[in-house]
Design a protein around this ligand. Sequence first.
Ligand SMILES: NC(=O)c1ccc[n+]([C@@H]2O[C@H](COP(=O)([O-])OP(=O)(O)OC[C@H]3O[C@@H](n4cnc5c(N)ncnc54)[C@H](OP(=O)(O)O)[C@@H]3O)[C@@H](O)[C@H]2O)c1
Length: 268
Amino acid sequence: MSAPVPSRGPVVLVGCGRLGSAILEGWLLTDSVAAADLIILSPSEKPAAEVARGQGARINPPLEALTEAEVIVLAVKPAMWREVMTPLLPFLADRAVILSVMAGVTAPTLAEGIGGWPIVRVMPTTGVSRGRGVASIWSADDRARTIGRGLFESMAETVVLTDEALMDAATAVAGSGAAYFYAFTEALARAGEASGLDAATADVLARATLRSAADSMGDDGLEALIGRIASPGGSTRAGLDAMAKDGRLTAMLNETVAAAVKRNREMG
Ligand SMILES: NC(=O)c1ccc[n+]([C@@H]2O[C@H](COP(=O)([O-])OP(=O)(O)OC[C@H]3O[C@@H](n4cnc5c(N)ncnc54)[C@H](OP(=O)(O)O)[C@@H]3O)[C@@H](O)[C@H]2O)c1
């Protein structure tokens, strides 16, 4: 557990849906934001917000409370941020930072809607709820970037992007990546079935292998990890060679990530 981010004013969480709740749970789990420093704005009652309330967070206080806020974390659907933010703007201090976790809403679009407040974009995964997420961070403003890192690094592996346009690629790798691993695991199970295993056994083996591979990964290089399993001339090496034949593994993943990047751009 890391020390709570020093309190320089409340952190306001706007939206406590799937991602907002995950972020809230991560903050409380890692003790990186003290519940007493939290203001949560949510139209409906949410279990994660109720837990935070029990530890001292304020839920839907009068908007005057926002004047003390250092950072406003915007976790609503991209289609509704303007109508959500407009009534809040008159209460924000000049020093407030807007942290957006919304996919596809660019900083220029946000700035055009909210005015001159510094913006930091963060693209986290819901794994932050267990303190084991991934978060890509971008900001043109040093203080906003530091605040963004401070709020996420105790519950996520964070990377700072140098260019906002890279958010689409980062989202295609990290945001979508878990689904690719699940799809691969499903295909591995079906391949096991094609080689004679019954479906249920193949499912157990493929899923357990994904878990075990993730657990054993640590920080070692991927080539070294592969080398530990695949000895020259052995069966794993034969499988890897078949998978990479004619560059098809690389080509397939290039196509996969490029398609997701394209879709991210279209939605933005
Ligand atoms: N889910 C993910 O894995 C993920 C990952 C990366 C980025 N994101 C981004 O995170 C954002 C939220 O996604 P989500 O999946 O968490 O969506 P979600 O579950 O629909 O959550 C959105 C929340 O916004 C709340 N809301 C609506 N109007 C509000 C208002 N005036 N004030 C405060 N809150 C308000 C809704 O409250 P009610 O429930 O009461 O209607 C809802 O709980 C999106 O922009 C998305 O692009 C999500």
